[in-house]
Design a binder for this molecule. Structure first.
Ligand SMILES: NC(=O)c1ccc[n+]([C@@H]2O[C@H](COP(=O)([O-])OP(=O)(O)OC[C@H]3O[C@@H](n4cnc5c(N)ncnc54)[C@H](O)[C@@H]3O)[C@@H](O)[C@H]2O)c1
Length: 385
């Protein structure tokens, strides 16, 4: 259980690029990083508009001389300070991740980067090489993986509670982009612009989350090949707003990911069901405190967060005990706490002996999008992964 006691000797000096006022994801980064007292927000280049970012930083209690107009100035100036930032989070649109992450690693920082990591496998592999060379910690922001019941599902799979895994059925299919919302909101416009979003919209935006959940819950499975079909239902969109991907794994299992922004009427539509030869588990991101556990021939069970029947690894992430709801903010905090512990161990030359969404997960996400697009463009041909 987490009590908020220190995980690091002194809070890690932390900065942010992006995530300013009006951004979708900036606040949850700050809330998650600051919740367990492992980080101190001391610097930032929070906005593409410098004046707005500087004003925003000051409103977040960042000292005026450490609110920067851009990330290059921030990395340079912070490197000169004895109390300069040790870690940075990147919460900017997709097309900026590669260059900002590269500059951060070259500046000797630990990095927490939003997904999708970048546009191409070449860029992703270059970042992976840089991470290895620098010896720094890099997390990719697959926040749903921090939920306690995801850890529970992982342990259940590992301990054979489901038997050999046969099928993984996933969807992140919401209705929020069923009309051209990008014409009204700048924060939606970049998402459907190939120059700014990358080679995909819905697959990069939401599908990669599902891909990572499979890696988190079933790390033993590796994709052999995949096939994909994609559509742009809303007129004028250059990127897909709906895609369906089937994946074959090396143990004979099969997986399916429905990535969509046009599932009209569905608020979020984020669900995963893992089917083994004797039982299944199912999880819904809108009811994250529960994991359905169904053994063939037995009455279905609903496992609930914070209870002693869960695996200790899942209970380790608990913050308040069963019954009280936890949610996405706690899940992200769990990952940021792991980020802090990983940084601490790394700085002390100790091994990081727990799983987290690492640079390799980022590389796989980029490669998955690439292969999906390749398959869809070849009339849904099977593509070796
Ligand atoms: N992990 C998740 O669950 C999750 C959820 C939503 C978004 N995201 C990802 O987070 C990233 C940001 O998404 P968003 O929805 O917050 O976008 P947004 O458009 O709402 O906000 C982007 C922010 O970045 C700032 N910015 C842009 N370029 C910048 C630069 N060069 N330097 C400094 N600041 C810059 C903007 O001013 C703005 O504050 C995207 O990559 C997206 O895919 C992840």
């Amino acid at each position: 259980m987490i009590f908020g006691e220190k995980n690091v000797d002194t809070p890690i000096c932390w900065g942010m690029v992006g995530g300013g006022r009006g951004s979708q994801i900036g606040y949850i980064h700050r809330s998650a990083a600051l919740r367990d007292f492992n980080f101190e927000l001391v610097a930032g280049a929070f906005d593409i508009v410098p004046e707005r970012g500087i004003e925003f930083g000051e409103n977040c209690h960042v000292a005026a001389d450490r609110c920067y107009s851009d990330y290059q100035t921030m990395f340079e100036a912070e490197a000169e300070r004895p109390d300069g930032i040790q870690a940075v989070s990147i919460a900017t649109p997709n097309f900026t991740h590669y260059e900002i992450a590269k500059a951060a690693l070259e500046a000797g920082l630990h990095v927490y980067c939003e997904k999708p990591l970048c546009f191409t496998s070449e860029q992703a592999e270059e970042l992976e090489t840089l991470v290895k060379k620098s010896g720094k910690i890099m997390f990719v922001s697959y926040g749903y993986a921090g939920h306690q019941m995801i850890e529970q599902a992982r342990k259940m799979v590992e301990n054979g509670d489901l038997g050999k895994i046969r099928i993984i059925n996933m969807q992140f299919a919401h209705g929020g982009n069923n009309v051209a919302v990008e014409k009204k909101a700048a924060s939606q416009a970049w998402r459907v612009d190939p120059k700014k979003a990358g080679p995909a919209f819905s697959m990069g935006d939401v599908g990669t989350h599902m891909l990572y959940l499979t890696e988190a819950i079933c790390p033993q499975l590796h994709i052999n090949r995949l096939m994909c079909t994609k559509q742009s239902f809303v007129e004028g969109r250059m990127l897909e707003d709906n895609a369906m991907t089937i994946m074959e794994y090396d143990n004979g299992a099969i997986g399916y990911i429905w990535s969509s922004g046009v599932n009209a009427g569905e608020q979020f539509g984020f669900r995963i069901r893992i089917i083994g030869e004797k039982a299944s588990v199912a999880w819904d991101a809108e009811k994250p405190n529960y994991l359905s556990y169904e053994v063939q021939g037995e009455s279905p069970r609903m496992l609930s967060r914070g209870n002693s029947y869960l695996y200790p690894e899942a209970l380790a992430d608990d913050r308040i005990g069963g019954g009280h709801p936890e949610g996405l903010f706690e899940a992200w905090s769990n990952l940021y706490t792991k980020f802090a512990i990983a940084i601490d161990r790394c700085e002390k030359g100790k091994a990081v002996d727990f799983w987290y969404p690492d640079i390799h997960a980022g590389v796989l996400g980029v490669k998955w999008v690439e292969k999906c697009v390749e398959s869809a463009d070849k009339d849904s041909a099977w593509i070796t992964f």
